[in-house]
Structure formats: C-alpha cells, structure tokens
Design a protein around this ligand. Structure first.
Ligand SMILES: [Zn+2]
Length: 241
C-alpha cells in the first residue's frame, strides 16, 4: 500500500506557470546534497517554488529515513505556503523494472523516483558502471532498463531518463526518448524533465514530450541549493516561446 497523500502529476499540455512551479528531485545532507532540510525549504520559499519533494537516495536496506521524514515534517510546519512531499530516489535493479526499495519504504514514500544508476548485468550476476561500456551498449542498456521500469510501474516518476548516457557518453538517442515516451504516455508514471541532465537538450526534449503528452514531473536534481527552481525556470522560458 502507498500513502494517500501523494503529488498529482499533470500531462504536458495541461502545464501552466503555476503547475510548473514544483521541484520534485531534491537531495540534502542526509545523502549527497549540500543543504539541510531547513535550508532547502527556505530556498524553495525564497524562489517561490510552490511544491517540493525531498527525494533522497535510498536502498532497500536503508534505515535512516524515519528520522529524515520526521525532520521534514517538523521543519515544513514553518513554511505553510509550501507543499512538501517526502520520498526517495531508488535504483532500477533489473530489466523487469524492479526497484531497490523495501515494502516499508514503499508504504511511507509519498513519491518514488525510479532511476537508472549502475547497470545490472543481464544475467543478474552483478552491476557495472555505465562508464565501463561503450556508448552504443550504454544507451541500449539504459533504454531497456527504463522500458522495464515503465512497464512494471513500480515508481511514480521515470527519473532523469537517458541521464547516465547523457552524462557519461555525451547523449541519448532521440529515437530512444521516443520509445520511452511512447511506453510511458498511457501509464500513471510521470516522465521527468531533469535540469541537471537534460539542460543541453531541453528544447528538443520539450518538443518530443509535447508530441507524446505524458504525465510530467519537474526536477532540478537539487544538490547545490542554488539550483532550486532551475528546471521550472527553464521550462517556463521555453513554454512561453
Ligand atoms: Zn539519480
């Protein structure tokens, strides 16, 4: 079971300036981010982001999150204009779309981002870094892992689609983005615009997402506080044109 309180996602063609004003990929000092929960909330408030989700890295073995969630609840009371969600960014662990998350984490998370990080081997014998394979292998592996996650539907958001290929191999083919968009458009899963990974291709990606019109999530992938709201800002600029 999942919590009743969860963010609502909108299709691309429904996005307004107000609905774009959210940041649903945020990290803190609890893992690899640079700000405290309170500093993140203050920055979101300063930047007039209306809704944020704390989406900390976690694994099925993680035990830190009750304390993390309690801190969010405590601090968020001082920011009544902000809608705040608590969740995780978790790894896609196989080509069937399973995620590295425990039942208890799933029951408590208001948002679950499913991400390709390290690549599981196809025979299940381990994982490898996306850096250690060539671009053709990396992009194909990332596509297949993402399609598995979309079909299985165990996360709310397909997080930074194509991100490992973008970061380590300079790009992810537009036809693969189309395959992911074609698969996700009739599901309840949201396709994430992730400013940290997608900034160089955002205009092309927006044009594709416009065609397929899936549910959309917006994430600056905040690690440095200064990036809060950046994905919203970039999309608002593009959509006004
Ligand atoms: Zn990630």
């Amino acid at each position: 079971m999942r919590p009743d309180r969860r963010p609502k996602f909108y299709r691309f063609d429904a996005l307004t300036d107000v609905l774009l004003s959210r940041d649903f990929q945020v990290h803190t000092l609890w893992t690899d981010g640079k700000g405290t929960v309170r500093e993140v909330l203050q920055k979101a408030s300063d930047r007039k982001v209306r809704e944020i989700a704390f989406t900390e890295h976690a694994r099925h073995t993680s035990t830190y999150y009750p304390e993390f969630f309690a801190e969010i609840d405590r601090e968020a009371k001082d920011f009544p204009d902000l809608t705040v969600y608590r969740g995780f960014e978790v790894k896609i662990t196989d080509f069937d779309g399973n995620l590295d998350i425990s039942d208890d984490m799933r029951a408590k998370a208001e948002i679950i981002l499913a991400s390709v990080h390290s690549f599981p081997l196809r025979d299940g014998s381990g994982v490898i870094s996306p850096k250690t394979v060539d671009a053709a292998e990396a992009t194909k592996t990332e596509r297949d892992l993402s399609l598995g996650a979309i079909r299985a539907g165990k996360g709310d958001v397909m997080s930074h689609p194509g991100g490992m290929s973008m970061r380590f191999h300079g790009g992810f083919p537009l036809e693969y983005y189309e395959e992911l968009l074609d698969a996700i458009r009739d599901t309840d899963m949201a396709f994430e615009f992730n400013h940290s990974y997608h900034a160089p291709i955002l205009p092309e990606l927006v044009a594709l997402v416009r065609q397929y019109n899936p549910l959309v999530s917006i994430g600056s992938d905040v690690h440095d506080l200064d990036t809060m709201g950046r994905c919203r800002d970039a999309l608002q600029d593009l959509l006004r044109k």
